[in-house]
Design a protein around this ligand. Structure first.
Ligand code: P6P
Length: 347
C-alpha cells in the first residue's frame, strides 16, 4: 500500500516549492508564481526540442509553409522573456540571447531578477545531444529604481538557481538555498515530478570533464591537474574523461556521478602571459552559466572555483562577462585549488 500511496501522492515541483515556501511565512507566493512561469518555459522548450529533429526532417522533405524556421534558441528566448515578464514578478532580465538587460515596465514589474541562458549548447541540437536551460534568481532591493548595478552582484546574493536538461527525459534540477532536488517531466501529466530528492555530489569522483583540444592554451596548474588525472602518482587508478560539450549535460553527470568539470582560462598571447580571453571567448558566462551551476554545486556539497577565487564571490563588471570555472566534487576541486595556490606562491 505504501508504494500505491506514494504513486498517488504526486510531489510536483510546484507543491515542493510551496512546501519550502512554508518556511518563509512572510512570502506571498511570489517566488512560486515566478517559478511556475520558468517551468512553463521549460515545458515549451522540451516540446519544441523534441520536435526540432522532426521539424527539420519535415522541412527537408516537405513544405514548411514558407514560414522561416526560427532558430530554436531565439524561439526559446522569446518564450522565456514573455513568460517571465507576464509573470508580473520580475523587474530585470539578463539573457544570453540579449545584448542589453531587459527592464520590465511598471504595471508588470516585480521584485526578482532572472539571469538565464534559454538554450545552452544549442549547436548540439542537430545531432541529438542533450541541451539545456540555465537560470539564476535574485531579489532586487528597490524594484522601482532598478539599475544594472543591482544585477552586477556576487553570486552569493543568488536566492535560487537551476537548469532544465532536454535529453532522453526532461529533468529540472533546482535549489532554493536549501539543498538540491531533481524533477522529471511526466509528459502524460505535463508536470515535473520529484524524482531526485536531496541530491548530494560524491566528495570525490572518477571522472574529469574538459575539452582536451584546448590543452595547448592551458596554464600550468590546469595542465598539471589533468596530467595527474591521467597519470596519478599515488598509484590510484586514472580518471575517465567524459566531455559532452553541452554544459548542462556535463554538469548534470558531474552532479549525479561526482568528478570535476573544467573550463580553464586560455593563454592567447604568444608571450605566455595569461589573460582571460575577451567577452566573445568560449569561457563560460558568469551570470547565467557559472553562478547558477556554482550555486547548485555548493548546495549539493561540492564547490566551484575560478582559478583565483570561490566562483560565487566573483563580481561581474558587465552582464556578459565570462570566467574560467572548475566545479564538482569537493575534494577534486580542492586538488586543483592547491595547484593554483602553489603556483601563485612560486609566481
Ligand atoms: P567548447 C556550448 O556552446 C557551451 O556554451 C557549453 O554548453 C559547453 O560546456 C561549452 O560551450 C563547450 O565549449 O569550447 O568545449 O566547445
Amino acid at each position: 500500500h505504501a508504494a500505491e500511496a506514494q504513486r498517488t501522492d504526486l510531489m510536483t515541483i510546484t507543491r515542493h516549492v510551496l512546501n519550502e515556501q512554508g518556511r518563509h511565512p512572510e512570502s506571498r507566493g511570489d517566488f512560486t508564481i515566478l517559478l511556475s512561469h520558468i517551468v512553463l518555459g521549460c515545458k515549451f522548450v522540451a516540446s519544441a526540442v523534441n520536435k526540432a529533429g522532426l521539424a527539420k526532417l519535415i522541412g527537408l522533405a516537405g513544405d514548411t509553409n514558407g514560414e522561416e524556421q526560427k532558430k530554436l534558441d531565439v524561439l526559446s528566448n522569446e518564450v522565456f522573456v514573455k513568460a517571465l515578464v507576464s509573470s508580473g514578478r520580475t523587474c530585470v532580465l539578463v539573457s544570453e540571447e540579449n545584448e542589453e538587460a531587459i527592464f520590465v515596465d511598471a504595471p508588470l514589474r516585480g521584485k526578482y531578477c532572472v539571469c538565464f541562458d534559454p538554450l545552452d549548447g544549442s549547436s548540439n541540437i542537430d545531432c541529438g545531444v542533450s541541451i539545456g536551460t540555465i537560470f539564476g534568481i535574485y531579489m532586487i532591493k528597490d524594484k522601482d529604481n532598478v539599475t544594472l548595478d543591482d544585477v552586477l552582484q556576487p553570486g552569493t546574493d543568488m536566492l535560487a538557481a537551476g537548469y532544465c536538461m532536454y535529453g532522453s527525459s526532461c529533468t529540472l534540477v533546482l535549489s532554493t538555498g536549501n539543498g538540491v532536488n531533481g524533477f522529471t517531466l511526466d509528459p502524460s501529466l505535463g508536470e515535473f515530478i520529484l524524482t531526485h530528492p536531496n541530491i548530494k555530489i560524491p566528495n570525490r569522483g572518477k571522472i574529469y570533464s574538459v575539452n582536451e583540444g584546448n590543452a595547448k592554451n592551458w596554464d600550468a596548474p590546469t595542465a598539471k591537474f589533468v596530467e595527474k588525472c591521467k597519470f596519478p602518482q599515488d598509484g590510484s587508478p586514472s580518471k575517465s574523461l567524459r566531455y559532452i560539450g553541452s554544459m548542462v549535460a556535463d554538469v548534470h553527470r558531474t552532479l549525479l556521478y561526482g568528478g570535476i568539470f573544467l573550463y580553464p582560462a586560455d593563454q592567447k598571447s604568444p608571450n605566455g602571459k595569461l589573460r582571460y580571453a575577451d567577452a566573445n571567448s568560449e569561457l563560460q558566462s558568469v551570470l547565467y552559466e557559472v553562478f547558477p551551476m556554482s550555486f547548485l554545486m555548493e548546495q549539493a556539497g561540492g564547490q566551484a572555483f575560478t582559478g583565483k577565487q570561490r566562483a560565487l564571490e566573483l563580481v561581474p563588471r558587465k552582464i556578459h562577462d565570462r570566467s574560467p570555472i572548475f566545479l564538482g566534487s569537493y575534494d577534486d576541486v580542492e586538488d586543483i585549488k592547491a595547484l593554483y595556490a602553489s603556483e601563485s606562491i612560486i609566481g
